[in-house]
Design a protein around this ligand. Structure first.
Ligand code: SAH
Length: 234
């Protein structure tokens, strides 16, 4: 059996590259984005009733990594990156079928002459991610308070304190009209410590960079402190 699916929508998100994206949705609630529905799915009738739901399940394709295939075992960052578990016990992107599933907050539905946009927040999705399906999150069934969660029992802690150089803060604030909450968003993302697990053990000062919207963001990590050194508009 083979199946062929086509996207019903495309994600628009601040993340232009994988590095820096939270490892699950909901960890950085200030991330704002949208799903642009494609024709013929941008149909009012198909969305009727959706506005009553605060959260959505988004099924999508890990389109940027799908060419790399899958591995039966992976080293989840939660286990420090040196212990292997089976792919089906993880949320790894390298799966037999490269399908992702994220629960996101539905902020509002925008409908106008050239399409429909679902404004969402808190997502762990790359800009341009193809969306295969959208379903409402239903708490009575989807939320299981007494579940057991293997190696992912606790929500990852925000271990990093994040500071900004005065230059970086100035640039961030100067864009606050176009990008409200930019500084807060950067702080939220970096406090999750996006570095790969093996890098976290290194004690010496290192520089990292990520692209967020149209900004190049650079930071340094020393012990448990992050200093954002520059925010450059590109
Ligand atoms: N919540 C989803 C995804 C978890 S993995 C699930 O459980 O299925 C989350 C990681 O997926 C992010 O940190 C990012 O690195 C990666 N990612 C997000 N969108 C992607 C895409 N379109 N292609 C490849 N990787 C992507």
């Amino acid at each position: 059996m083979t199946f062929q699916f086509e996207p019903i929508g495309i994600v628009s998100s601040p993340f232009k590259q994988k590095f820096g994206i939270p490892r699950q949705p909901g960890l950085c609630p200030h991330i704002q984005g949208s799903i642009h529905l494609l024709h013929p799915y941008d149909d009012k009738a198909a969305l009727e009733g959706l506005e009553g739901f605060s959260h959505l399940w988004v099924s999508f394709v890990f389109h940027q990594t799908m060419q790399q295939g899958w591995k039966s075992q992976v080293r989840p960052p939660r286990l420090g990156g040196n212990q292997k578990v089976g792919v089906f016990a993880t949320r790894s992107t390298f799966r037999p079928n490269p399908l992702g599933l994220s629960v996101v907050k539905l902020e509002r539905i925008e409908q106008h002459h050239n399409g429909v946009k679902l404004h969402i927040s808190g997502m762990d999705l790359l800009d341009g991610t193809p969306v295969l399906d959208i379903k409402p999150y239903i708490a009575y069934s989807d939320c299981i308070p007494n579940s057991t969660n293997g190696f992912a029992e606790d929500k990852p802690e925000r271990t990093m304190s994040v500071q900004f150089s005065s230059k970086a803060e100035q640039v961030g604030l100067s864009f606050s009209h176009e990008y409200p909450g930019l500084i807060l968003l950067i702080e939220e993302i970096l406090s999750q410590d996006p570095r790969p697990a093996y890098k976290k053990k290194q004690q010496n000062k290192q520089e990292y960079a990520m692209r967020l919207y149209d900004f190049d963001i650079k930071w340094q990590v020393e012990n448990n402190r992050t200093l954002v050194t520059s925010i450059d508009s590109i």
